[in-house]
Design a protein around this ligand. Structure first.
Ligand code: OSB
Ligand code: MG
Length: 400
């Protein structure tokens, strides 16, 4: 495979309701899609991050720069490109997992479309539909929270995750348990908002039969999570802390968690996500698929991953309507609490022209193969170590 064109499409999509977490409020999704045109097919992927580095160190503008200056040049220089060659080629660039993931995923999508194989089949999916959970933000009042949860349950979601922070933790859990009963699969996500000094307080959550408490402590505090895990009966799940299969293996060995949230972007892409899954499955540690408020473009791919055998718990993969009035793809809809796993080639989803144009802020070419250089490459006269072709000039935002 050979890359002919890479286009970056900035999108802005209002969320149906603002999503509040311990680190901030999202009122819209402000990100970009990557469109990679190869000699065999075209691939699409969505950058999972936000404009601000609050969930993780990466952010939209930084990722654009990382892709343009550091990641793409290494990938377009590869001969006989496959998705499997992307991560090794990028290994010298530290971090930047979300940026690496969007590039690898778009290339993988193109590659699989060229082979008419679905991402689900490629990854080893064993289900054609997956149970859908819903992540519920922090609200101003308990009444507002109960109303939101009631609406999600009426939609058919099979488990509820409450975002928590100091001052909004015990009370919302008590209220939801009282209103909806002990049988509702319920869990909480703190997005690193606590410290080990809060252990006694968090222990109060043990009375409510929660499925898990997600990422209570700092992302780099595996030892703290192991310590906290000894004090709580509620299982600890790690999200922000797990950036690779090696991290997962270390966390399991240290008993820092009993459950792992797998977000492909956070670990650098679907190939590493598959390895995280394999490591957890080998140790009997259940995993589930996290989300980043993705549009259908990102969610379609997540659904394929969530269909692997180790995904024993419902994920944060919700229907389009939970996020957006109009999704970029054909809308994902709940069917008795389940979402379908796309079966078409590649991720099985692509943006629809109408919605895409309505939500596009700007588009620009990050890379275009130049004819003369393409000939040189085709005849093999360009060595693999030759620096990548220069980027085409940046087209200003708004230019179509
Ligand atoms: O911590 O799981 C998280 C959304 C954005 C960033 C981080 C997280 C989340 C969610 C929502 O909890 C998951 C979703 O429905 O996409
Ligand atoms: Mg989380």
């Amino acid at each position: 495979m050979r890359i002919d064109l890479v286009e970056l499409i900035r999108i802005r999509m209002p969320l149906v309701r603002p999503f509040r977490t311990s680190y901030g409020v999202d009122a819209e999704r402000d990100t970009f899609l990557l469109r990679v045109v190869t000699d065999s097919a075209e691939g699409w992927a969505e950058f999972a991050g936000d404009p601000e580095p609050l969930y993780c160190p990466e952010f939209t503008a930084g990722a654009e720069l990382a892709l343009q200056d550091h990641l793409l040049p290494r990938v377009v220089a590869l001969q006989q490109l496959t998705a499997a060659k992307v991560a090794p080629a990028l290994a010298g660039v530290k971090g930047n997992h979300l940026a690496k993931a969007v590039l690898e995923t778009a290339i993988l999508d193109a590659e699989l479309r060229g082979h008419a194989m679905s991402l689900a089949a490629y990854l080893g999916a064993v289900r054609d539909r997956v149970p859908a959970g819903v992540s519920v933000g922090i609200m101003d009042t308990i009444a507002e929270l109960l109303e939101a949860v009631a609406a999600y349950l009426a939609d058919g979601y099979v488990r509820v995750k409450l975002k928590i922070q100091p001052g909004w933790d015990i009370e919302p859990v008590v209220a939801v348990r009282q209103e909806f009963g002990d049988d509702l699969p319920l869990q909480v996500d703190a997005n690193t908002a606590y410290s080990l000094a809060d252990a006694e307080h968090l222990r109060r959550l043990d009375d409510f039969g929660l499925v898990q408490i997600e990422q209570p402590l700092a992302d780099d505090d595996l030892r703290g999570h192991a310590e906290l895990g000894r004090l709580l009966s509620t299982p600890i799940c790690l999200d922000e802390s797990i950036k690779s299969a090696r991290d997962a293996a270390a966390a399991i060995a240290m008993r820092a968690c009993r459950i792992v949230n797998i977000k492909p972007a956070r670990v650098g892409g679907y190939l590493e996500a598959r390895r995280v899954h394999d490591a957890c499955l080998a140790h009997g540690v259940p995993v589930w698929c996290g989300g980043m408020l993705e549009t259908g473009v990102g969610r379609g791919a997540n659904l394929a991953l969530a269909a692997l055998p180790g995904f024993a718990l419902p994920g944060d993969v919700s229907a389009s309507g939970r996020y957006y009035a109009e999704d970029l793809t054909s809308p994902f809809e709940l069917d008795h609490g389940f979402l379908p796993v796309p079966q078409e080639p590649g991720t099985g989803v692509s943006p629809l022209p109408g919605p895409l144009s309505r939500h596009t802020v700007s588009r620009r070419e990050l890379y275009a193969r130049r004819r003369s250089v393409a000939f040189a490459t085709d005849t093999g006269s360009q060595s693999p170590s030759h620096p990548a072709q220069p980027m085409t000039p940046v087209i200003n935002a708004g230019h179509q």
